[in-house]
Design a protein around this ligand. Sequence first.
Ligand code: ATP
Length: 511
Amino acid sequence: MANSEDIFKKIISHAKEYGFVFPSSEIYDGLSAVYDYGQNGVELKNNIKNYWWASMVRMNENIVGLDAAILMHPKTWKASGHVDAFSDPLIDNKDSKKRYRADNLIEEYMGKISAKINKEVVKAARRFGDAFNEETYRTTNERVMGYQSKIDAINTNMVKAIAESDMDGLRQIIIDAEIACPISGSKNWTEVRQFNLMFSTEMGSVSSDSSTIYLRPETAQGIFVNFLNVQKTSRLKVPFGIAQIGKAFRNEIVARQFIFRLKEFEQMEMQYFVKPGEQMKWFEEWKEKRLAWYIGLGLPKEKLRFHAHENLAHYADAAEDIEFDFPMGFREIEGIHSRTDFDLGAHESVSGKKLQYFDSEANENYTPYVVETSMGLDRMVLAVLSHSYTEETLEDGSSRVVMKIPPQLAPIKAAFFPLVKKDGLPEIAREIIDNLKLDFNCLYEEKDTIGKRYRRQDAVGTPFCVTIDHDTLNDQQVTIRERDSMEQKRVPIKELGAIIGKAVDIKSLFV
Ligand code: ATP
């Protein structure tokens, strides 16, 4: 069986070969951690957005949408804390000139020790056979215990150094552990310095009147600064939510892993404004609702889990991530955060403008607390692609790659194949498409054998293929073939809309 790294590589090349994701400006050798979505990727993305938007804005009377600008007044980022504290600790190797995140270097080092422990465990399991008890072995074997206490000590020091912004302390861990640069093998390190993750640019045409502005590193602040505009014009009462889908930018230095960690990405965020004191109730409720959103789509429960933050950000009183089991393991796909009144309070004090809500029932003014759900659209695309990618051996011994994308998200809903390019069959195919194309994304294909056409659509994840043959001329029926079961049925043309609609309509996810 292929290992997860191989599978990940296959998914990346499949995504490119079938028009889902291309490296940005590829003819110039690409731009690190920036990707473009191709003809199928953009459809998949739009379908995910529609499902999210429907579940937030359409399904909830008290949640409305917003589309704030990417560029915002620079004071926004001072108030939010991003100017002062949105940074990664970086270190350069003087010989290879490569730059690393200091905490990542340390984590990788701990990972290597952990791998040694696992090796010992595997060896011992083989030696002791059925009598082997892993927990006892891990807590009594001296060598393993030595490794484990080394990991624990390093981890404690690292967490402390990060919490105290102690860059010298972080560097000292690297020096003491004798961590070497993976490229040059040298231990010749610079100081560790904080590197802000925001992209900045200049506003204004002449340098004298220019001022530094930032590309937003999260969409949330556009919601906070518009909180009263929306509340007053919508007349919504607390609790209510504002939802937004939009681009965010982070100058991630260690940005590998395909579309998991990008410099330009898209977030789907919803800020829920609640009465102070009620935040934990809403936090729990949104956690459950958000998990159900993934499961409702058919992503398996066992590939999803909550992960509580060990160190809460200074403004949060609760924070958990939803993690998905990507090919590289469980990683964050969405954060659910109880952000207290930190953001509204900070904007109020920096702007000098009141951002309070008048609660007419309680007859009092207060700054609402905020529970946010914040997910990465690109990570969701990766979750869907990696979950859907399936290699199958068929009964006749041949094989196929099929993307088992939930039909509601599939880029193309149905492909139409005239059996031959003549005898009026292409015309019938085109007529069927003309009747359906405003309801579903349809594709016309007349090249190659039907078998090859099926394979191409399997690889894209098209749930239905419809073949128009000579019998169609007489009986007005076509053959519809379902992607996963590969079952074929003869159905009247006039029933196609209903059959396809039943399977691909996002409405089916809400009943
Ligand atoms: P990570 O710990 O992985 O860097 P984060 O905790 O900084 O993520 P948040 O600031 O909570 O992420 O952002 C909310 C969501 O936005 C994340 O759950 C993730 O899905 C997405 N996201 C954040 N950074 C990136 C990125 N560089 N590329 C793609 N998606 C991202």
